[in-house]
Design a protein around this ligand. Structure first.
Ligand code: FAD
Length: 553
């Protein structure tokens, strides 16, 4: 008899535990395949520890092929689903040609995405904490801020570099701010020019208190503990907008900073959103058995699914399964059992589970925990937190590596090695009115096109007393002259109003200009017409250098 084909989309908690349970119950009758865009499973609760360099980035992940030895694993991007034909389209491998995979039953476990569009400037300037590369990036960013602050002589820039803002105080925000704060303070003794008093770390929460899923007294303890560790906790205030130099809050205050970490803004996975399914709060509406109504053989689980916990759910989040790993694991297992029951013609069971509690690390060997109604705080809670996550972490090798890292971390200095990762070659940068975009003496870093707002260029030649001014509006560009000549900046560019520019790295811009004769001659003509030849650009090194050579964004 031909085996039934089960496709599991997504290798997170929901997908992995559904696939494992299916294989455990009935692997001889089923042909199970799990599809994920990475070849590893991310243990998200440990991401703040990766950001804080307490554990290595590869220790918070487990290869899916190791975790699911008896299941076919395919590394591919899911591009679409045809529910009528029962086909999933994926793009995979070297050639990246779309291929169709038929299924009998389909489990959608693609999680949620981060959506910060509501806050101008936040998508461009905030770091996120969703996957492994986010955590790795945050760690690199924090260490590079310390490195740059250590050599900065401009007081304003130095303060921005030493100010770190985490937005959102659910457990990922609290754990991230706590761990990053610990990393910074432990690292400071290796930076001779930096002092503890100069560091400012903020936790911003729109709700009236932090850790909304915890009892109020534990949340209060957590707030006091974070404050004791030097973190400024601001509740009842949200984020309004962000630029490359500051975050603006809903009370109108401005925090000058070069580091914004957003743990808010859970939005639907774009692929899931495009499927045309009935959605509720950005998640796929399912019935209590986790079936997707109206689509035979389709199921949904984990963060991507809105699973009712009661017969007649109202518009109340408490009536639906929350977006936690704890629930995703149980949902995955229950879904597997229901799927098997369906194939056997047995009765399906509605999903029912009560949280066994919550744990949140507060850094500096302290945590809060509520387990089976018992409340704990301090070091005991922290030991419980570590013990629990160690036991929960799939894979023996991962457990051993994390344990060794944790033990080592108690006695060895933090790892402040800065492995530079290339910045994206093209990105949008938001500037607030008055922000300096480029300063004389800076090393060239890119080409700028104005998307919104206006900016003014001023060039003063100290040798000739010559003065040059130009205002740039949408569609105008600057930076090309110095880039093509490979020199230091000679002009000052300041935002005349809140503005957005598209920045292209020097490397990409010069490649583009050199590869396209049209662009090359366009820029030569432009320079000739605008600046009257290149003579207004001083020879490399002749511009009086300012003390700062750091990029301004
Ligand atoms: C920093 C952080 C800390 C957390 N801490 C806790 C905690 O302490 N306790 C707790 O219970 N919960 C915690 N959570 C929440 C928990 O991790 C999530 O609820 C859980 O991961 C949801 O599992 P999932 O399988 O639904 O989705 P995910 O784990 O997000 O898995 C979805 C998978 O689908 C893949 N995918 C998405 N789109 C595509 C595509 N088009 N093609 C192919 N693959 C795709 C993704 O790469 C991913 O592997 C935390 C979350 C974060 C971010």
């Amino acid at each position: 008899m031909e085996k039934k084909k089960i496709l599991v989309l997504g290798g997170g908690f929901g997908g992995v535990f559904a696939a494992k349970e299916l294989a455990r119950i009935d692997r001889n009758q089923l042909d199970i395949e799990l599809i994920n865009n990475n070849n590893y499973f991310v243990f998200q609760p440990l991401l703040p520890e990766v950001a804080a360099a307490s554990i290595h980035s590869s220790d918070a992940v487990v290869p899916l092929r190791l975790l699911l030895r008896r299941i076919q694993v395919r590394q591919a991007d899911v591009m679409g689903i045809d529910f009528d034909k029962k086909i999933v389209t994926v793009v995979q491998g070297f050639r990246r040609i779309p291929i169709d995979l038929p299924y009998d039953d389909l489990i959608i476990a693609l999680g949620m995405s981060v959506d910060l569009k509501r806050f101008p400037g936040l998508p461009e300037h905030a770091l996120t904490m969703k996957n492994l590369s986010d955590a790795h990036h945050l760690r690199t960013h924090v260490i590079s801020c310390l490195e740059m602050a250590d050599v900065a002589t401009d007081a304003e820039l130095r303060q921005q570099l030493l100010t770190f803002v985490v937005v959102g105080a659910g457990f990922s925000g609290v754990e991230t701010v706590a761990e990053v704060n610990e990393l910074i303070h432990r690292a400071l003794k290796y930076y001779r020019n930096l002092k503890h008093e100069e560091i400012r770390v903020y936790l911003i929460e729109y709700a009236g208190r932090i850790l909304p899923t915890f009892p109020a007294d534990l949340a209060e303890y957590a707030t006091r503990r974070l404050q004791f560790n030097g973190i400024e906790v601001k509740t009842g205030v949200g984020t309004k907008s962000a630029t490359s130099t500051a975050v603006e809050l809903t009370d109108g205050s401005l925090i000058p900073t070069r580091t914004i970490v957003a743990t808010i803004g859970n939005g639907p996975n774009p692929l899931v959103e495009a499927l045309g399914l009935e959605m509720h709060w950005g998640r796929i509406k399912t019935d209590r058995f986790m079936r997707v109504p109206g689509h035979d053989g389709a199921w949904a689980v984990g963060d991507a699914a809105e699973i009712p916990l009661v017969e007649q759910p109202a518009e109340d989040p408490a009536h639906y399964a929350p977006q936690t790993a704890q629930f995703a694991v149980r949902e995955g297992r229950q879904l597997a059992n229901n799927l098997i029951a369906k194939t056997k013609g047995d009765e399906l069971k509605p999903f029912a589970y009560e949280s066994k509690g919550s744990l949140a690390s507060l850094g500096m060997s302290k945590a809060v925990a509520e387990v089976y109604g018992v409340k704990l705080s301090g070091t005991l809670a922290w030991l419980l937190w570590r013990g629990f996550y160690l036991s929960f972490l799939p894979g023996f090798a991962s457990k051993v590596r994390v344990l060794v890292n944790w033990l080592l971390n108690l006695i060895v200095p933090p790892n402040i090695v800065l492995v530079q990762s290339a910045l994206p070659g093209t990105r949008y940068i938001h500037y607030r009115k008055g922000d300096k975009v480029l300063e004389p003496g800076m090393l060239i870093d890119g080409f700028y096109t104005v998307v919104k707002g206006s900016l003014k260029l001023t060039i003063d030649n100290p040798a000739t007393g010559e003065h040059f001014e130009k205002v740039f509006g949408p569609g105008d560009h600057f930076g090309e002259r110095v880039l093509l000549k490979s020199a230091l900046r000679t002009g000052l560019v300041v935002a005349l109003e809140d503005s957005v520019v598209l920045w292209i790295s020097q490397k990409d811009f010069t490649r583009l200009a050199r590869a396209f004769p049209f662009l090359d001659s366009y820029f030569k003509d432009y320079i000739e017409k605008t600046f009257g030849g290149t003579d207004k650009a001083f020879a490399p090194g002749s511009a009086e250098r300012s003390h700062e050579l750091e990029p301004t964004h």
